[in-house]
Design a protein around this ligand. Structure first.
Ligand code: HEM
Length: 129
């Protein structure tokens, strides 16, 4: 395997058809020609990005870790250092939501608790005589 081969964006750009479909994702080069008709998201979206940097599109979909494992098979090289850029992964929105949810629920049971104590005190002083 020639996994460490280095390509420029101009070289990648030549492989922009459904017979020869390369993508740049996170500065790695993938030859997804054989994967086109197996891609769960359809071949059109891949062909649309053929020969280009598809990192942002790939991340916008929020691909699973399965998908990220799967793509290793199609890696054929890396982008030349001078043309690399960093795009953060967006794979774990579920965790972020879970964290902020639990933060909120920690506070949201405090309010009824305080109200409950207050109501009990009120009742004790005004109604129980
Ligand atoms: C080698 C690169 C890629 C691999 C291995 C891959 C793999 C997959 C897999 C396994 C899924 C099923 C859902 C999941 O497991 O996340 C999926 C869904 C999808 N992918 Fe990709 N994908 C690749 C690149 C791309 C790119 C570059 C785009 C956009 C331009 C894209 C767009 C989509 C869309 C729209 C879906 C459907 C999401 C849905 O139905 O909810 N994929 N892909």
């Amino acid at each position: 395997m020639s996994a460490d081969k280095v390509y420029t964006l101009a070289e990648v750009a030549k492989n922009n058809t459904n017979k020869n479909c390369w993508l740049v994702i996170h500065n790695n080069i993938y030859d997804v020609t054989a994967f086109l008709n197996e891609h769960p998201g359809g071949e059109e979206v891949l062909i649309e990005q053929a020969g280009k940097d598809a990192t942002e599109h790939f991340e916008d979909v929020g691909h699973s870790t399965d998908a990220r494992d799967m793509m290793k098979k199609f890696k054929i090289g890396e982008l030349v250092e001078s043309e690399r850029k960093v795009v953060p992964e967006k794979s774990e929105p579920v965790w972020q939501n879970a964290n902020s949810d639990s933060d909120q629920s920690a506070k949201s049971w405090l309010i009824p608790l305080v109200l409950g104590v207050f109501a009990t005190l009120l009742y004790t002083f005004y109604f129980s005589k």
